[in-house]
Design a protein around this ligand. Structure first.
Ligand code: NI
Length: 163
């Protein structure tokens, strides 16, 4: 297993619609393991394959205190409600933005065993899933900004003042 390097905006792989996985073979299992390592290394709550340069419909999500959820060829089955959220992305570092996300979401996907799973999520978990599914369609959260002034640079730490 290894930590993969992250692709950053404006890398074109982030704008491509990713291909479905046809067969969950050792290469896909290896990709998932590497994505989990890479997500942990970067303290992310989720990661999509295009972010490590692989245009395949694979995403991993890990909410605090929860096991990793592997989503292969995920599809949104249902969305409900909306809420304003603050969001960031490992592929667009240095910024946070205010956008609208669904309150609740139901996703259908395959797991690593090739079984169909349905995942229900709400709040932060729903936000993370929508964010990662967007990546598989070449969409970044900055595309959802209503206005450029909803994008905030993260302040670099102020140097200590010496009196
Ligand atoms: Ni992202």
């Amino acid at each position: 297993m290894s930590i993969l390097s992250l692709r950053h905006h404006p890398d074109p792989v982030l704008r491509r619609k990713a291909r479905p996985v046809r067969q969950i073979d050792p290469a896909v299992r290896r990709l998932v393991a590497d994505m989990v390592d890479t997500m942990h290394h970067n303290f992310g709550v989720g990661l999509a394959a295009p972010q490590v340069g692989t245009s395949l419909r694979v995403a991993v999500i890990e909410m605090p205190e929860q096991p990793v959820v592997v989503l292969i060829n995920p599809e949104v089955v249902k969305r409900r409600g909306w809420r304003q959220v603050e969001e960031g992305c490992l592929s667009y570092p240095g910024y946070r933005g205010e956008i609208t996300r669904s309150e609740k979401i139901v996703i259908k996907a395959l797991n690593l065993e090739g079984e169909t799973i349905r995942v229900k999520a709400e709040g932060l978990a729903a936000q993370a899933m929508e964010h990662e599914l967007d990546h598989l369609n070449g969409v970044l959260y900055i595309d959802h900004l209503e206005d450029q002034d909803k994008l905030f640079p993260l302040e670099p730490e102020l140097p200590q003042q010496a009196d």
